[in-house]
Design a protein around this ligand. Structure first.
Ligand SMILES: [Ca+2]
Length: 474
C-alpha cells in the first residue's frame, strides 16, 4: 500500500498523468467496464436463458463474483449511464429519461412529465476524469448517450472516444452503420468506424477497436469503457447466427427471437475475444473486469416479434418492476474477489464510481458526494452485507411498460408508487420474485413505512415530479 501511495505521489509530481513503466509491481489495476445495452436479467446462459448460447461469458462468470440482485439505477439508458459516470442517482441529476426525450415530454397523457436534463452537466467530476487525473489512459468505445457534442466523452474525461454520440441506437448494426433514414434532422450514425467491409457487424467492430486500444495502452494503466450498442433495437443479428437459432427454437421457450438470440450470441463471442486479448497481453491478473447492463430486457415488439422475456421477473425496460431494473452483473477481480461465488446483496449502478475508485486506490480529490456506496466489502466476502438499508428509483415518465412511478427496496420488501392515482403496490421479493402478490392492503404498516421513506428520499434528492394535465382530457 505504501508503495502504491508513493507511485501516486510520483504521478502527481510528474503532472498530466504521465505514467512510468519503471515500477510495474506498484501499477494500479486496469479497468475494463463492459456495458451491454438492454440486456435483461435472464439474457445469458449463466443467468438462466433457455435459448441463448453464451459459453464464453458463462466460463467468465466462474472467474467472477456473480451478483443476483444487481440493479440498474434506472429502467432506461441515459440515466443509468449518468449514474455510472457520476456515482449519483438519476433523480438527483434530474436525468431520468433518455437524451432524445428529455426536453419534450408528451402532453396527451393524464400527467405531464417534467422537462429533464438531457446533457450530463460538465460540473460533474466523472469516473473518467478521476481516473485520468490518476494517470490512466481513458477510452470510451460505443454508445454514450449523455449529450450533444459539447458533452461527448472527450468533454467528460476520456482521452479517446470511438463512436460515442448523443444517439441511443445505431440505425443499423451493419457497416457503414448509418442506414438511410433520418431521425429528426440527422442520421443516427456511428462515427469513427471507417474502412469497414460489406457485412461487417457493429459488435465485432467495436471489439476490434477496444482491442487496438488495450494493445497500445498496455504500458500504462487504462480504463476502457466498452459500451456495446447490442442488444438494443434495431434487432439485427448476423445471418448465420440467426439461421442457427431459427433452427433450434421450439415451442415453449421463453426466449424465442432468433434475431435477438443471434445478437446475444455475438456479444458472447466478442466478450470472449476481449478476454482472450487480455490473456495474450498477460494483463488478466492486473485488470478489473465488470460486465453489466444499463436496464432490463426490452419486452415490447420489434418488427412484429416480441424481443425478449425476463421471466421469472415481471415486465421489462421502462418499468420499475424487477424486469425493468434487475440486470446481470459479473465482476472479476483476480486474487481479491473469490472466483465462482455468488452475491445476493442488492447493488446498483451508482455504486461503481466509489467502488472502482477504491479498487484502484484513487482518492476522489473533488470529494464528490455520491449516492452509490463502495461494494468492495461484498467483492471480498460475497456473503457479507453492505451498510445500506434502502435502494430507490424514480421514473416520472411514460413508456410502453409503465406510467410515472417511483420505487423503494428495503430488505426483501419493495414498494412502487404510481403517480397518476397515487396507488401503491407492495411485494416481498424473497417470496415473490415475480411481483404477483400485492400486499399493500394486507400489510398497511409496512406499506406506510416504505412509502414514507420513499417520499423523504424524493425530497432529499429534489426529485422532479410530473404535473396534472390541465386539459382534463381524461
Ligand atoms: Ca438501454
Amino acid at each position: 500500500m505504501f508503495r502504491l501511495a508513493c507511485t501516486f505521489v510520483f504521478l502527481f509530481l510528474a503532472g498530466n498523468g504521465a505514467w512510468s513503466a519503471e515500477e510495474p509491481l506498484s501499477r494500479p489495476p486496469n479497468v475494463v467496464f463492459i456495458l451491454v445495452d438492454d440486456l435483461g436479467w435472464t439474457g445469458l446462459g449463466c443467468y438462466g436463458s433457455d435459448l441463448h448460447e453464451t459459453p464464453r461469458i458463462d466460463a467468465f462468470s466462474k472467474q467472477c463474483v456473480k451478483f443476483t440482485s444487481a440493479y440498474a439505477s434506472a429502467p432506461v439508458c441515459t440515466p443509468t449511464r449518468a449514474a455510472l459516470m457520476t456515482g449519483k442517482c438519476p433523480a438527483r441529476l434530474h436525468m431520468t429519461i433518455w437524451h432524445e426525450a428529455a426536453a419534450n415530454p408528451p402532453r396527451n397523457r393524464k400527467l405531464i412529465p417534467p422537462i429533464t436534463v438531457g446533457d450530463l452537466p460538465l460540473e460533474n467530476f466523472t469516473l473518467a476524469e478521476a481516473l485520468r487525473e490518476a494517470g490512466y489512459l481513458t477510452a470510451h468505445v460505443g454508445k454514450w448517450h449523455l449529450g450533444e457534442a459539447s458533452f461527448f466523452p472527450e468533454a467528460h474525461g476520456f482521452d479517446i472516444n470511438i463512436g460515442g454520440t448523443q444517439w441511443g441506437a445505431p440505425q443499423t448494426f451493419f457497416y457503414p452503420y448509418t442506414g438511410t433514414q433520418h431521425y429528426r434532422h440527422e442520421f443516427r450514425y456511428v462515427p469513427d468506424l471507417p474502412w469497414g467491409k460489406d457485412g461487417e457487424y457493429l459488435t465485432d467492430r467495436l471489439t476490434d477497436e477496444a482491442i487496438k486500444i488495450i494493445r497500445r495502452a498496455k504500458d500504462r494503466p487504462f480504463y476502457l469503457n466498452l459500451a456495446y450498442h447490442t442488444v438494443h433495437t434495431p434487432i439485427e443479428g448476423k445471418p448465420a447466427d440467426v439461421e442457427h437459432y431459427a433452427e433450434i427454437i421450439r415451442p415453449g421457450l421463453r426466449h424465442a427471437n432468433p434475431q435477438y438470440a443471434a445478437m446475444v450470441h455475438c456479444l458472447d463471442e466478442n466478450v470472449g475475444r476481449l478476454l482472450d486479448e487480455l490473456q495474450r497481453l498477460q494483463l488478466v491478473d492486473n485488470t478489473l473486469v465488470i460486465l453489466t447492463s444499463d436496464n432490463g430486457g426490452f419486452v415490447n415488439r420489434y418488427e412484429n416479434k416480441q424481443v425478449t422475456d425476463n421471466h421469472p421477473l415481471r415486465s421489462g425496460k421502462g418499468s420499475l418492476y424487477e424486469g425493468g431494473i434487475r440486470v446481470p452483473l459479473l465482476i472479476r477481480w483476480p486474487a481479491t474477489a473469490p472466483a465462482g461465488t455468488t452475491c445476493t446483496e442488492p447493488v446498483v449502478t451508482a455504486d461503481f464510481y466509489p467502488t472502482i475508485l477504491e479498487i484502484v486506490s484513487v482518492a476522489d480529490k473533488r470529494k464528490n458526494k455520491t449516492d452509490g456506496i463502495s461494494i468492495v466489502p461484498v467483492l471480498k466476502e460475497p456473503q457479507k452485507t453492505l451498510d445500506r438499508d434502502t435502494l430507490y428509483w424514480h421514473y416520472p415518465h411514460y413508456y410502453q411498460t409503465t406510467t410515472p412511478v417511483s420505487a423503494i427496496r428495503m430488505g426483501d420488501w419493495k414498494l412502487l408508487e404510481y403517480m397518476e392515482d397515487g396507488h401503491v403496490e407492495l411485494y416481498n421479493l424473497g417470496k415473490d420474485l415475480g411481483e404477483k402478490n400485492d400486499l399493500a392492503r394486507s400489510k398497511p404498516e409496512k406499506a406506510k413505512l416504505l412509502q414514507s421513506r420513499l417520499h423523504d428520499w424524493r425530497k432529499q434528492v429534489a426529485a422532479q415530479m410530473p404535473v396534472p394535465n390541465a386539459k382534463k382530457m381524461f
